[in-house]
Design a protein around this ligand. Structure first.
Ligand SMILES: Cc1cc2nc3c(=O)[nH]c(=O)nc-3n(C[C@H](O)[C@H](O)[C@H](O)COP(=O)(O)O)c2cc1C
Length: 306
């Protein structure tokens, strides 16, 4: 019997549904799955207040761990595969999973293991996954697959709906005109089982050669050139702004409130203004620099770290 450990964090359940839909066929095929839900000692609020949401930015970008509720992993079980399911937060790994990756338990359980990552997010996951690749490399784990579920609406539409969702607690029909935020039911019902079957096939033979390519062909990796360019800006600028805020104080401190508030205005405004410009550039880029864009898409579609 094959044994799989799923380590995940979810706040509102979207990622959990994505994982369950992906792995639905496993149990029928006599694969045992242990789920480990990582929970921070102090749960994050949902919906988030404006200040809480933007105040978590510096620590998320810096990868500062938070205290987790105690958990245990049976070290006696030799898992055939570990699935790490996480959301990107501010183009980085969400704090709970990032904290898990820094524990002694993670060190022990991940060493030498084959790992598949599953993400369910808005649409910007490239940089978070680069950070994940680095963690896994340091933990001597082998990343053998990556599956991403995204909100496929236009970038500015999902910018509005994600903010309505995380800050307003409203997932559907925002202002009566916006579509539902998040991963579509169609992707969960139609695509997730296909991804799961690919994972299952490779798990059974314990050979992951070609797995990522099959996942990519099945539509498991969502990369758009406009978002690739946007993330590039964010990747360069976010650490600078995170430093600017944390210089003033630690998480939640009153001293940094003004800077957090400015960031909360600057970030959505920058996305709003940059998005149309970058979309135009990204339409031209594949025509002007086809090799460059293709190279980037190919790089982010696979699992090694440059
Ligand atoms: C603090 C915070 C930051 C986020 N940043 C990003 C991001 O950079 N990229 C992205 O695609 N989604 C981002 N999201 C959306 C999440 O990836 C995810 O869709 C949402 O938290 C719901 O996931 P859950 O239902 O599994 O909890 C962010 C959400 C939160 C709460």
């Amino acid at each position: 019997m094959k044994k799989v450990l799923v380590v995940y964090y979810t706040q509102t359940g979207q990622l959990q549904s994505a994982v369950k839909s992906t792995l639905a066929s496993f149990e029928k095929e006599n694969v045992s799955i242990d789920y480990l839900h990582i929970k921070p000692k102090k749960a994050y609020p949902y919906p988030w207040s404006y200040m809480e949401f933007f105040d978590i930015f510096p620590e998320t970008v810096h990868g500062t761990p938070t205290e987790l509720e105690p958990f245990s992993i049976n070290q006696e079980i030799n898992y055939d595969l570990v699935v790490i399911a996480y959301q990107p937060w501010f183009l980085s790994i969400c704090v709970p999973i990032n904290s898990f990756l820094q524990t002694e338990e993670a060190k022990k359980i991940l060493k030498g293991k084959s790992v598949v990552t599953i993400l369910a997010c808005r649409n910007m996951w490239l940089n978070g996954q680069e950070k994940m690749k680095l963690h896994l490399k340091n933990l001597q784990a082998n990343l053998v697959g990556n599956i991403t579920f995204v909100d496929k609406a236009a970038n500015l539409v999902s910018l509005v709906t994600v903010l309505a969702f995380v800050l307003g607690g409203k997932k559907e029909n925002f202002l009566g005109i916006f579509p539902k935020y998040g991963v579509s039911d169609k992707d969960l019902q139609e695509l997730a089982p296909k991804f799961g079957n690919i994972l299952l096939k490779h798990l059974k033979i314990n050979d992951y050669t070609g797995q990522q390519q099959e996942l990519v062909e099945a539509g498991a990796v969502n990369i758009k050139s406009n978002l690739l360019l946007m993330e590039g800006r964010g990747r360069d600028l976010f650490p600078l702004y995170a430093n600017y805020i944390s210089k003033k104080g630690t998480a939640g401190s009153a001293d940094r409130r003004t800077r957090v508030r400015i960031f909360g205005i600057v970030l959505p405004t920058a996305i709003l203004l940059l998005s149309p410009i970058i979309t135009i550039i990204s339409r031209l880029a594949p025509v002007l620099f086809p090799q460059k864009i293709k190279k980037q898409v190919d790089y982010y579609s696979q699992n090694s770290l440059r």
